[in-house]
Design a protein around this ligand. Structure first.
Ligand SMILES: Nc1ncnc2c1ncn2[C@@H]1O[C@H](COP(=O)(O)OP(=O)(O)OP(=O)(O)O)[C@@H](O)[C@H]1O
Length: 627
């Protein structure tokens, strides 16, 4: 597929507002993608690599702006690109606003005069090439390669490339839309209920369906209520969802759905070495748990960082031959964070522990916690000193002692356990790692649960987890089968979107940080889906709780993220998530979110969270209502 075709269709998706119409156009695009299907799916999600691969193209906003400036010609410098960014607010629009290198010039044609169009596969290859560049001079090589690509693109293509490079596609296509579109494009014909979802007629490049299409002032195409509903059934969508949960690879699932249909999807298995999305929890009380289930499984809530362990010991057999066969030999131990980043290297003692204790293939879920000399838990911030460390791992190992607590088992000795009950999974967990398994107590009265909670708090833990003992493991889901209970007021995990330079002694440091919530299109789906296209709205400014030393390190960290500057106020590229405490949430016209935090206080940087994991406006509103 030509990249220009992809860009035009992406533009139409962006202009379309109704969810079902978006699903149609995406389904239509997937059906036309042929051999580029996997790439198209990833591009729509703003990714070059599937989520379970730890590769990144490692091009920051500054380098991307420099490449655009270079492609825009000798009269344009990075400062000019930054000005336009401050003006237009979005890198795609900025890239499209320049007459880049060859757009209308000679470079659009190869030397023999043939039209040198760029294919989706060319863009993918080039971005992978950029990802692979390492070592001295890598910045320069990445810049030249990216510039070379921008140089060959038309404005709509340049928009998409710039957004892709920075992982912000802004098409309003979340993971849920892709899931539905895969079902619509490739499974709907298999259902008895009807024919495949028909892509709607084209109206000005965007979907119309049978309903009346109407362009609004901002150019979005709204499709009014129509008889034309999606053809995919709930069962189709569930089949896709299931395969996504085990493979964690949208591109791959799309291809399997197209080529092998439902039976192919049903055959997908967990693979030791391929991380799975973490199951998440909602806040809840003992009374909530006992109201919802007959009995609650009660566990300590450890105050550390989530780690998923993948290991297949070498003695157990040969390495996997087919990547869809549960591996039975020689993988890892590999450790993954809650966001599926590879954290094996920073945590060597966990690797050694697993190698030492485990003798069959496993996928375990758990938490690493920093502990003091007596083995008592230390605050969460301590574990983060170890978690993403690339240098001085050995020295830090001496400084911060870690414990690994395993609380779930997703795969054990050739058997996938996602669909079995928590109680069964816990039995397998104890079989796999008897002395690393968290204690799980079944309770059917509030008093027992409260006693466990008191003991957990006295021992220095964060609180307790309450889990439905009958529930399956649902990757990526923040449902009500796991409830977390901790006494402290919930903190919020907010994206840092701006800042202000300090005054006097602190004039060379950022002194205040503007923090924002995510406002996603499908914000209120309530199912914990990670959305790739967040809009961010401020809720307050954090200035307290930060030491001078910390401010200095934060200033170094945020300096390269400055997107624009006006007086002492700066806007940052949204990349860092702060955990923020507060006394109260108030309604307020001051900020775009409609809320303001009273006495916001810096608790720490959530190194384990990306922008897509930050709290949403919907969650903030729930907290505000519950005050
Ligand atoms: N026994 C346990 N079972 C499950 N999760 C646990 C347990 N102990 C600690 N945790 C941690 O608690 C988290 C569950 O809370 P949640 O899903 O809300 O994540 P979060 O947003 O990081 O919340 P928080 O900031 O409260 O930890 C898990 O991701 C895990 O890291």
């Amino acid at each position: 597929m030509e990249f220009a075709t992809f860009a035009t269709r992406a533009e139409a998706i962006e202009r379309t507002e109704a969810d079902h119409a978006t699903t149609w156009i995406v389904a239509d695009l997937l059906a036309d993608a042929d051999e580029d299907l996997e790439t198209v799916v990833r591009f729509l999600l703003g990714r070059v690599f599937p989520a379970h691969e730890t590769c990144t193209i490692d091009v920051g906003p500054a380098l991307c702006r420099e490449a655009i400036a270079k492609a825009a010609g000798p009269n344009v410098d990075t400062a000019d690109v930054e000005d336009r960014l401050a003006d237009r607010g979005e890198i795609g629009a900025v890239a499209a606003s320049y007459d880049l290198g060859g757009q209308r010039g000679l470079a659009a044609f190869s030397t023999d005069g043939a039209d040198a169009t760029v294919a989706v596969a060319d863009v993918d290859d080039t971005l992978r090439e950029i990802a692979a560049v390492e070592g001295d001079g890598s910045e320069g090589t990445k810049l030249d390669t990216l510039f070379g690509l921008f140089n060959r693109l038309d404005p709509p293509e340049a928009t998409i490339l710039a957004r892709l490079v920075l992982g912000e596609m802004r098409l309003g296509v979340g993971e849920g839309t892709i899931r539905d579109a895969i079902a619509e494009a490739f499974l709907a014909t298999e259902s008895e209920s009807g024919s495949a979802g028909e892509a709607p007629d084209d109206v000005d490049g965007a979907a119309s369906g049978d309903g009346e299409a109407e362009a609004t002032e901002d150019g979005k195409v709204v499709v009014r209520e129509s008889d034309d509903v999606l053809a995919a059934t709930d069962a189709d969508v569930a089949a896709v969802e299931r395969a996504l949960q085990v493979t964690n690879d949208y591109g791959r699932v799309a291809t399997i759905a197209r080529d092998r249909g439902r039976s192919g999807l049903a055959e997908q298995r967990l693979v030791v070495g391929r991380p799975v999305q973490a199951m998440l929890a909602q806040a809840g009380t003992a009374a909530d748990a006992l109201e919802e289930w007959d009995r609650a499984a009660v566990e300590t809530k450890f105050d550390g960082a989530r780690v998923q362990v993948h290991y297949a010991p070498p003695a157990n057999g040969d390495p996997p031959t087919d990547e869809n066969t549960p591996s039975n030999g020689d993988v890892g131990p590999k450790l993954y964070s809650r966001n599926m980043d590879d954290v094996t290297e920073p945590l060597p003692e966990v690797v050694e522990l697993i190698e030492d204790r485990v003798d069959v293939p496993v996928i375990l879920d758990g938490e690493v916690v920093a502990v003091d000399a007596d083995g008592d838990p230390l605050p969460f911030q301590e574990v983060l000193r170890r978690f993403r460390r690339k240098h001085d791992v050995d020295r830090m190992r001496e400084e911060v002692d870690l414990r690994f607590h395993a609380f779930d088992c997703l795969h054990h000795d050739g058997t996938d356990l996602l669909d079995t009950s928590l109680a069964t999974r816990h039995d397998r967990l104890r079989e796999a790692v008897p002395d690393l398994a968290a204690t799980l107590t079944l309770a059917d009265d509030v008093e027992t649960i409260e006693a466990i909670e008191r003991r957990a708090l006295e021992a220095g833990h964060e609180g307790i987890m309450l889990k439905d003992p009958e529930s399956p493991y649902t990757p990526g889901d923040r449902g009500r089968n796991w409830l977390k209970r901790k006494p402290d007021v919930e903190t919020l995990d907010l994206v840092v979107t701006g800042g202000e330079w300090g005054e006097g002694r602190r004039a060379s440091l950022f002194g205040t940080f503007e923090v924002s919530v995510r406002v996603d299109r499908d914000d209120d789906d309530g199912n914990g889906t990670t959305h790739t296209d967040p809009r961010l709205e401020p809720v307050g400014k954090v200035a307290t709780g930060i030491t001078d030393e910390r401010l200095a390190s934060l200033t170094d960290r945020f300096d390269p993220l400055v997107r624009s500057e006006e007086g002492t106020t700066v806007a940052f590229d949204p990349q860092v998530v702060f955990e923020v405490g507060y006394e109260e949430i108030q309604r307020s016209p001051t900020y775009g979110s409609g809320y303001a935090l009273r006495f916001p206080r810096f608790v720490g940087v959530r190194e384990d969270k990306d922008v897509g994991d930050a709290d949403t406006l919907a969650r903030l509103e729930r907290f505000a209502d519950a005050q």
